[in-house]
Design a binder for this molecule. Structure first.
Ligand code: GLU
Length: 517
């Protein structure tokens, strides 16, 4: 194996920075992989290097064809770009492992030839039995090397034999392996605790340990940035590098993303394990990128600090400027959905009304609110803009502007009032509405506000709480919107128009009347 075949220029100087994301297309893009991709992309850019994607699809049983497209979609949506990959091409291709199988087979054969690996014909049944016995003796599972040093004929005579062998890497049995992790510092392993891993399956497909090492080498990867779950495999990889006489790349195991309970983000339990969830839930890619970036870089003296969330707004360029493997730190990064949601709200507030309208459009359509051309939409959206934290909230917070909604009539009786008092307030409000609708100032929020202020006084509503029972979260708001909370009420009524408001108030009066006194 010579490796790095694509490099045709001067190789005596420091190798160029080349990093890769090596996802397995076994489902969807996991948020942890997007996090890693951001670190890769920023690190490559920081050092004038290249970021490539390699699809690790050698595990054919778990392979899902659509998953590869989902990886690209998710990363592109987040705003990341890569220089080489199955779709982008590049000098070190092919970039799909299933298209590189002969390379791994040759590497395995070479390792066997050097005495650094051996064929193993043990049947799955024999291996199961061996494991059971080891468990019974309370020993850690470890291949007993029955096949080591035997010819096929010798091995066949012993039983527990299967026709098509796997290849196992011969690991040292004593001593230690130490490597320098660029994020974690030195990490040491005892070889005595490790077993001879399978590196080539009986169907000729390479296992990750072999395929990834061959590819990292041939693709000239200078920095292997990968998840911390691979730490314990590193001594295996070091043996492969050692056997071929290759120099180890820089290795850095990135911290995991954790939930706020410090548990792993699991695809079964947490919908946000899926990158696509963020898009579906109305997060803006810039907010997610900013949030993930904030978990690995510190951007000093930010321009825009929102004290309510204690998180600064920045983009990819700032992440590039500040990324530093040594400052990432080894411990798991807490992925706090609430913080991300607040940050998303900030990004939404920075959109222009037109941009916001475009952004919420698909959400409204999906919810059956076909109101794209309705002149009320921009006005309603302007009232909700401040409070929106996810685009997916748009259908709920906007729907009552466009359709009469069903609500529980008991909502019309605010806390602390009875039905008759609620009726009294609503009737008075209804008369007020009529006079504004036909009044000289016309149907405006200002006119409505002035007339309701006067009404509150006439009704003797002195405290804020009492006025709230009429307007804020009270009987008029419920009558007009079907909700106890929402945007400023008089502006809302202005946008709704007098006809709708009058119709809904009459309907509310009927509902109240139909409740038992
Ligand atoms: N296919 C492996 C994974 O998805 C790649 C690990 C690596 O980056 O080396 O976890």
């Amino acid at each position: 194996m010579t490796g790095a075949h694509y490099m045709d220029s001067d190789s005596s100087s420091t190798p160029p920075v080349r990093v890769r994301l090596a996802p397995s297309p076994t489902g969807f893009l996991h948020i942890g992989n997007a996090f890693l991709a951001l670190i890769d992309a920023a690190f490559a850019r920081r050092h004038g290097g290249r970021f490539l994607i390699r699809i690790e699809d050698t595990d054919q049983e778990r392979f899902i064809p659509e998953a590869e497209a989902a990886i690209y979609d998710g990363l592109r949506w987040l705003g990341l770009e890569w220089d080489e990959g199955p779709d982008a091409g590049g000098p070190a291709g092919p970039y799909r492992q299933s298209e590189r199988l002969p390379r791994y087979q040759a590497a395995a054969a070479e390792l066997v030839g050097m005495g650094r690996a051996y064929h193993c014909w043990c049947s799955p049944e024999r291996l199961d039995e061996m494991r059971r016995q080891q468990q019974g003796r309370k020993q850690p599972p470890k291949y007993d090397r029955l096949c080591l040093g035997k010819t096929e004929a010798e091995r066949k005579a012993l039983g527990g034999y299967s026709e098509r062998p796997v290849v196992r890497l011969l690991m040292p049995t004593e001593g230690q392996a130490t490597f320098q992790d660029a994020i974690r510092g030195p990490i040491t392993f005892e070889y005595a605790l490790l077993q001879d891993p399978v590196i080539l399956r009986s169907n000729g497909f390479a296992v990750y340990h072999l395929a990834a090492m061959v590819d990292d080498r041939e693709m000239g990867i200078s920095h292997v940035l990968r998840g911390e779950e691979w730490i314990s495999s590193t001594p295996i990889h070091m043996q492969i590098y050692d056997a071929f006489g290759w120099e180890l790349p820089v290795i850095a195991h990135t911290p995991l993303l954790l939930n706020t309970d410090r548990g792993k983000i699991s695809k079964r339990k947490h919908p946000w394990a899926k990158m696509s969830w963020f898009r579906e839930e109305g997060f803006l890619p810039a907010a997610l990128l900013n949030y993930l970036g904030g978990l690995v870089v510190h951007v000093p003296d930010p321009e825009n600090v929102d004290p309510s969330v204690d998180r600064e707004l920045f983009g990819f360029d700032e992440i590039v400027e500040h990324i530093d493997l040594q400052r990432i730190g080894p411990s798991g990064k807490i992925f706090d959905l609430d913080k991300l949601t607040s940050l998303n709200g900030q990004y939404i507030r920075r959109l222009s009304l037109g941009e916001l309208q475009d952004a919420v459009h698909p959400f409204l359509e999906a919810a059956g609110l076909h109101v794209g051309g309705d002149p009320k939409l921009p006005r309603a959206l302007a009232l909700e803009h401040e409070r929106l934290r996810r685009l997916s909230e748009a259908p709920y917070v906007l729907s009552f502007f466009f359709r009469d909604e069903d609500y529980d009539a008991s909502l019309l009786i605010p806390k602390g009032l009875d039905r008759n008092r609620a009726l009294e307030l609503l009737r008075a409000a209804r008369r007020e509405i009529d006079s504004v609708a036909s009044g000289p100032e016309g149907w405006t929020a200002t006119a409505l506000e002035a007339s309701f202020r006067a009404l509150a006084e006439r009704l003797g509503l002195k405290t804020g709480r009492e006025r709230g029972q009429l307007i804020g979260a009270g009987v008029v708001r419920v009558a007009v919107t079907g909700r106890t909370a929402g945007p400023p009420l008089f502006e809302t009524m202005e946008v709704l128009g007098d006809e709708t408001v009058i119709r809904r108030m009459d309907e509310a009066l009927n509902r109240l009347l139909s409740l038992a006194a």
